[in-house]
Ligand binder design. Structure first.
Ligand SMILES: Cc1ncc(COP(=O)(O)O)c(C=O)c1O
Length: 400
């Protein structure tokens, strides 16, 4: 018997529910079953929501020009400039030196956590949330504590819960806006209150993950940095969702630090960025084209997403055993399992649905054991005909 090399506790405790559920789905596909995948927030996996062609052309032109070398560690100058102008248009004074281009928002998170967090520090993140906010901080000896989003109030922020959970160990207070998985968009009042709470804790920085900002059906999105006068805010965004190119792996962080509290940690971030070389050079040119040219194309992508979202909501309301708040943005539905026997074990429900009806969704407890349990997340991105079939199967499963 060969002796197994030990895995670190850091690595073995990582979970990413959205992709973890794919493992049994692949097994079923190998057996010849046709699975309807509603698990992953990737518009490119479905029809009708392509990456804009002018962005693809610029990516290709960069390849043809041999822009295939390493780029600057903080991003191409012209891209940093375009990002800063885009952030300025959201109402705050963003200079291109405040922008760092990364290998997606996911890399930005890793860099931020590595630079900010020490043993026993806390990240206070919404529950439910995008899983890396829970998975990564523990790698640095820190922990994530969740503040409650109110399921009974369209997943609005429980500000009292934040007040209760704030203390000196909270280095990062996270707002995901629009939220994944709930689709809720924070109101101005909620943002102002969140900033007011953070103001009482001088070691606290706000992380504003705004990667779905252009997918706002209610026209109510407000950038957190545009509201904060003192508290540092790091805005995260990128090409993945609103520019429909998640496979390019380009994102950014934009630092708003009105009182210059973050110069030490920023030096740490820059050191990490230099040590990991750079983000993909040709993909940055593709993103640049997206930022600099007209965004008219986005309204048809958004309208199609909203149409599919509304269809899903209509069907969910017709089916006994599930219900859902109306999302204001992004492309997810966070669906409540209303029958107590389903509510208590959402992962089992999801796996049973997969095995019995070959529809793949993600268990809500994968987004928050405390505040997401008893739900499942699905994307509304497929064509209506695929969604129709998915809901026929879900309805049959619930009545079986
Ligand atoms: C809230 C949120 N932030 C970040 C990401 C990932 O961003 P990126 O593709 O830029 O790494 C996702 C992906 O689903 C997300 O939902």
């Amino acid at each position: 018997m060969v002796e197994q090399v030990e895995v670190s506790i850091r690595a073995s405790s990582i979970e990413y529910a959205i992709r973890d559920v794919v493992v049994p789905a692949i097994e079923l596909e190998k057996q010849g079953h046709d699975i309807i995948r509603l698990n992953i927030g990737d518009p490119l996996a479905y029809d009708g929501l392509p990456t804009p062609i002018h962005m693809i052309d610029e990516y290709k032109n960069a390849l043809d020009r041999q822009n295939n070398g390493y780029g600057p560690s903080y991003g191409l100058d012209e891209l940093r400039k375009a990002i800063s102008l885009s952030e300025c248009s959201k109402g705050w004074d963003c200079n291109s030196d405040n922008v760092y281009v990364t290998h997606g928002v996911t890399e930005a998170l890793q860099v931020i956590f590595a630079a900010f967090l020490q043993e026993n520090d806390t990240v206070l993140a919404p529950g439910p949330h995008y899983p890396p906010y829970m998975a990564y901080p523990q790698m640095y000896g820190a922990k994530t504590v969740e503040y409650r989003l109110k399921s009974s109030d369209n997943w609005g922020i429980d500000l009292e819960d934040i007040r209760r959970k704030m203390n000196d160990s909270v280095k990062l207070l996270v707002l995901i806006n629009p939220n994944n998985p709930t689709g809720n968009i924070a109101t101005r009042f909620e943002i102002e209150q969140l900033i007011e709470i953070a103001e009482e804790w001088p070691k606290c920085t706000i992380i504003a993950d705004e990667i779905y900002d252009g997918l706002d059906f209610s026209n109510s999105f407000i950038s957190v940095a545009s509201v904060s006068e003192k508290v540092p805010v790091i805005t995260l965004n990128g090409v993945s969702k609103v520019y429909f190119a998640p496979g390019w792996r380009i994102g950014y962080m934009a630092w708003h630090d009105p009182e210059n509290r973050l110069s030490l940690v920023r030096d740490g971030v820059e050191r990490i960025l230099r040590s990991r070389l750079c983000a993909s050079t040709p993909a940055q040119y593709g993103y640049l084209a997206g930022l600099e040219s007209s965004h008219d194309w986005l309204s048809s992508h958004r309208a199609l997403t909203e149409k599919r979202m509304n269809y899903c909501l209509k069907r969910i309301n017709e089916i006994d055993g599930i219900s859902c708040e109306s999302p204001q943005g992004a492309f997810y539905l966070f669906v409540r399992l209303t029958k107590p026997e389903h509510f208590k074990d959402d992962k089992k429900w999801v796996l049973d649905l997969l095995h019995q009806e070959h529809v793949l969704v993600v268990h809500g407890s994968g987004f928050s054991p405390e505040f997401g349990a008893g739900h499942f997340r699905m994307v509304c991105l497929p064509q209506i005909s695929v969604l129709e079939e998915a809901f026929i199967r879900i309805e049959r499963f619930l009545s079986s």
